[in-house]
Design a protein around this ligand. Structure first.
Ligand SMILES: Nc1nc2c(ncn2[C@@H]2O[C@H](COP(=O)(O)OP(=O)(O)OP(=O)(O)O)[C@@H](O)[C@H]2O)c(=O)[nH]1
Ligand SMILES: [Mg+2]
Ligand SMILES: [Zn+2]
Length: 302
């Protein structure tokens, strides 16, 4: 029996790493059983026991207890999709193309925090951003002490610090389709050869390409996981309180709300709504919060 780690899920043939090489292994039947509410039993990053017998395919027979997992809720089916497990850090990638908006980052910040996984920000495509736009966008994240890396995969700029930051860790790159995760991964790991979305001639925007998560070995030590082209990332099993705790200003003001279970939408004596009417709270922060609490598992409809 060998201790291995899953680096790629690929239909029935997965790929595992045993500390020196990567080879295919097949999940034992019970890991393929369809389960209510769960898309995948095995996830990239899982620590597994692999049975190796002469003349037979290597078989994944056991999944070890996870230290963490990052999941999303799939649209339509509402199933849990485990994107990766046993992660040291998540790099949330954002770019002006397709969109540079608070909510696209906050959604991932909330998911990581609720999964107790450290996260940091990577702003890509700085070649098409002005310094002013970058500063404006980053101010709230700097205030809460977020680690931030500014890069341009196109110009291969800004990668030295990022590269040393992810050394010896299992880092997951996450972010909307087209922000440049695979382009970044190919620079950090030149052997990776991830497929890059082509530019759509009509809109000059990137096309969605990647369709599965894969971990690649970094030359400086550690692994980098490129995630699938996520068009939507629904919050899975996260409470209103967990969401609120990621919004510093709202969280602080909530102590002054009349009701301790205030959701800051329409309640009487709400200090957050009062701050909005006075114009002392950032509306973008509030709107981002509102969008996310609609997906909380305990928010009353309203
Ligand atoms: N201008 C500019 N374009 C970039 C940069 N990085 C990536 N792109 C382009 O953005 C598009 C999408 O890049 P990908 O790396 O495929 O994006 P992705 O996040 O992996 O997308 P999915 O796999 O669909 O999730 C491609 O057309 C890239 O050439 C950059 O730094 N600047
Ligand atoms: Mg990609
Ligand atoms: Zn309130």
């Amino acid at each position: 029996m060998k201790d291995c780690r899953v680096v790629k899920l690929c239909g029935k043939k997965h790929f595992v790493y045993d500390g020196s090489e990567i080879f295919p292994a097949f999940p034992a039947g019970r890991f393929e059983l369809k389960s209510e509410g769960l898309k995948n039993r095995l996830a990239v990053g899982d620590l597994v026991k692999v049975r190796i017998e002469k003349g037979k395919d290597p078989l994944i027979v056991e999944i070890l207890k996870r230290k963490n997992k990052l999941s999303r809720k799939m649209s339509f089916s509402n199933k849990e999709h485990i994107i990766a497990a046993n992660i040291d850090e998540v790099g949330i990638v954002v770019a002006p193309d397709p969109i540079l908006k608070r909510n696209t980052v906050d959604r991932f910040v909330v998911a990581c925090k609720s999964a107790s996984i450290e996260s940091f920000l990577i702003i890509n495509k700085t070649d098409i951003l002005t310094k002013r736009d970058i500063e404006k966008f980053l101010t709230p994240y700097k205030e809460i002490g977020f680690k931030i890396f500014l890069v341009s995969a196109l110009k291969k700029e800004g990668f030295d610090q990022l590269s040393s930051h992810i050394k010896d860790k299992w880092t997951l790159l996450i972010g909307h389709s087209g922000v440049g995760k695979s382009s970044i991964a190919n620079i950090l790991c030149p052997d990776a050869n991830f497929e890059i979305g082509e530019v759509d001639e009509a809109t000059l925007k990137g096309k969605h390409k990647t369709t599965s998560s894969t971990a690649v070995k970094l030359p400086q030590g550690g692994f980098l996981i490129d995630t699938a082209g996520l068009r939507e990332f629904g919050l899975y099993n996260i409470t209103q309180r967990e969401i609120q705790s990621c919004f510093k200003n709202i969280d602080e003001l909530s102590l002054k709300c009349k009701f301790s279970n205030c959701t800051h939408r329409n309640e009487k004596g709400c200090a957050v709504l009062e701050a909005i009417s006075k114009g002392t709270i950032d509306l973008e922060e509030y709107n981002s919060y509102l969008t996310l609490i609609r997906e909380a598992n305990d928010t009353p409809k309203g």
